[in-house]
Design a protein around this ligand. Structure first.
Ligand SMILES: NC(=O)C1=CN([C@@H]2O[C@H](COP(=O)(O)OP(=O)(O)OC[C@H]3O[C@@H](n4cnc5c(N)ncnc54)[C@H](OP(=O)(O)O)[C@@H]3O)[C@@H](O)[C@H]2O)[C@@H](O)CC1
Ligand SMILES: Nc1ncnc2c1ncn2[C@@H]1O[C@H](COP(=O)(O)OP(=O)(O)O)[C@@H](O)[C@H]1O
Ligand SMILES: [K+]
Length: 490
């Protein structure tokens, strides 16, 4: 299996069963990986508090506790409830034989540990917490000590990224067998800390097919020949820029140049700007009912578009063409209220990518933003299938989803990007990659990845995420593209 693959929960459960049927002890492997992780971070003699739950997540933790005890760590055991699975019960008996006695509650006078291992609950979490778990998790979080969560922070749904009524806040998560999307998105982006995968060993014929993968695209743009000219790199047309929202179209246009497009045209509903003084290479024309649109290899419609009748007209027109097309912002809002446009989009021949943020996705799905965030993958898949388009559901842990449901989960970027205009920048960048001939899923995935890298570059350079503007992101895009742009000669 590819290292970045994501197995569905059902596939993971099946793999667990098939491995058990072959006599493989995956729990012992998970425990060894845990003890090895601790060995890589703390020396023997360090104090480790191992918190174990009633199920197999607790089993992982208890077996790891035994290994750590044998390797010379000072292990304290917290076991708020009796072990419920045979593996967990067996592990507890062995620990007691080795002289380790568990406590049901945290001792107030206990010396503070160097590390907490959270083996309370994993993929079997089934409901909100009541006593004693509620208090235990609050108390563990209050210790403010580094936490290694096993498989997932207890209380976090590792597939949806939603938290129960309380959840462990981990500094690190060691997840088993396969990556899990909820560790990177929604609440998971803050609860899981640094995530590492322990893939564990099992025969390759047991490996189920992946439902998606982490979005870590290799360089996909060809290296540019010395004998290049602008016609090789495609032209982008951005449509938007209603009165008061011209900036959105300008940002998309500038980002399209930063993304490597050879030529960028803007057709704007506000006719008052003939030139962008900060980017005079943008070719700007007003959009009138009789306008002939400039030829383009990819079109982005939506940034600052508004929802008037002219906007609706041009959206309908473009959906009827076969050009690679990106719909963002008000193009998505217009689509949400218009089933004729939606049906036309479903029948479209050309490549289409939609880039909704959660509120725009909610309008398209006629549900609430909270509903979208409660199951981001299901929402993005429903849209991609219904509208036969690649969908980028933006926000922490952006999802790039194909109509058949396969997805990439983005892990770059962060709160530096949570500022007005970043969606416009992303639109222009993805349009530039489409115009350079990348297939639509690759263009969307690479654009999201690079946009995130630009945010990360800012956060590193400024030692924090505050203050990045959308326009200041544009030059960072060129830098990260040139850094990753090492593909074959084209
Ligand atoms: N997949 C694999 O191949 C591998 C899996 N491995 C490990 O196993 C983990 C999955 O183990 P698991 O299935 O036993 O589930 P787990 O997360 O321990 O919880 C279930 C227990 O919790 C209980 N319970 C649930 N919610 C509750 C609540 N709110 N409040 C209170 N109780 C609650 C539930 O009881 P019930 O709902 O029946 O009352 C049950 O007793 C997985 O994350 C990984 O760490 C590894 O060994 C490597 C191989
Ligand atoms: N916390 C975050 N982590 C990662 N990416 C983020 C975060 N917040 C915002 N972004 C990214 O920034 C962009 C914001 O887009 P959008 O909400 O459409 O902004 P606007 O409408 O102001 O242009 C998206 O690409 C989104 O994924
Ligand atoms: K856990």
């Amino acid at each position: 299996m590819r290292a970045d693959a994501i197995l569905s929960l059902a596939a993971l459960r099946q793999l667990e069963q098939d491995a058990a049927a072959q006599g493989l002890d995956l729990m012992a492997q998970a425990a060894r990986a845990t003890a090895d992780w601790v060995g890589g971070h703390l020396s023997p003699g360090a104090r480790v508090l191992v918190a174990a739950g009633p199920g197999n997540n607790g089993g992982d933790a208890l077996q790891a506790a035994l290994l750590l005890h044998r390797r010379g760590y000072h292990v304290d055991l917290l076991l708020p409830a009796a072990p419920a699975t045979p593996a967990t019960q067996a592990a507890m008996q062995t620990l007691q034989t080795a002289g380790l006695q568990p406590r049901a509650t945290l001792a107030e006078d206990a010396p503070p540990p160097d590390l907490i291992i959270d083996g309370l609950f994993g993929i079997g979490l089934a409901r909100d917490f009541a006593a004693p778990w509620l208090d235990t998790i609050h108390q563990l979080n209050a210790l403010a000590i580094p936490v290694l969560a096993l498989d997932t922070p207890s209380g976090l749904d590792p597939y949806r990224g939603t938290a129960a009524n309380v959840a462990i806040r981990a500094s690190h998560t060691l997840t088993f067998l396969s990556h899990k999307p909820g560790l990177y998105m929604a609440a998971g982006a803050d609860l899981a800390g640094q995530v590492e995968l322990a893939p564990l060993d099992y025969p390759s014929e047991l490996c189920p097919s992946a439902e998606g993968e982490l979005n870590r695209p290799l360089a996909l743009l060809p290296v540019r020949a010395n004998d290049s000219h602008k016609g090789r790199f495609g032209s982008v047309l951005v449509i938007g820029g209603e009165r008061g929202m011209l900036g959105a179209a300008l940002l998309a246009g500038r980002a399209a140049y930063a993304g490597g497009a050879g030529k960028v045209h803007l057709a704007t509903l506000d006719d008052r700007l003939a030139v962008d003084p900060a980017a005079p290479e943008l070719m700007i024309q007003p959009l009138e009912p009789s306008s002939t649109l400039p030829a383009a290899d990819a079109v982005a419609i939506g940034p600052g578009l508004g929802q008037g009748s002219a906007a609706r007209h041009w959206l309908g027109h473009l959906i009827g063409t076969a050009q690679p097309l990106l719909l963002d912002a008000d193009a998505l809002n217009l689509l949400a209220g218009n089933s004729t446009l939606q049906q036309a989009l479903g029948r479209r021949q050309g490549a289409t990518v939609l880039t909704p943020h959660p509120a725009e996705a909610a309008r398209l799905l006629a549900c609430s933003t909270a509903d979208v965030q409660a199951d981001r993958l299901a929402a993005a898949r429903a849209l991609a299938q219904r509208l036969d388009s690649v969908v980028v559901l933006k926000g922490a842990g952006s999802l790039i989803v194909r109509p058949d449901g396969y997805y990439r989960l983005n892990t770059s970027g962060g709160p530096a990007l949570a500022v007005a205009g970043q969606g416009d920048v992303l639109s222009g960048l993805v349009a530039a990659l489409l115009a350079q001939g990348l297939p639509v899923f690759d263009a969307a995935a690479l654009g999201v990845h690079l946009h995130g890298l630009a945010g990360d570059a800012y956060t590193r350079a400024e030692q924090g995420p505050i203050g990045l503007t959308a326009s200041a992101t544009v030059p960072l895009l060129s830098r990260v593209i040139n850094l990753t742009h090492t593909g074959a000669h084209g």
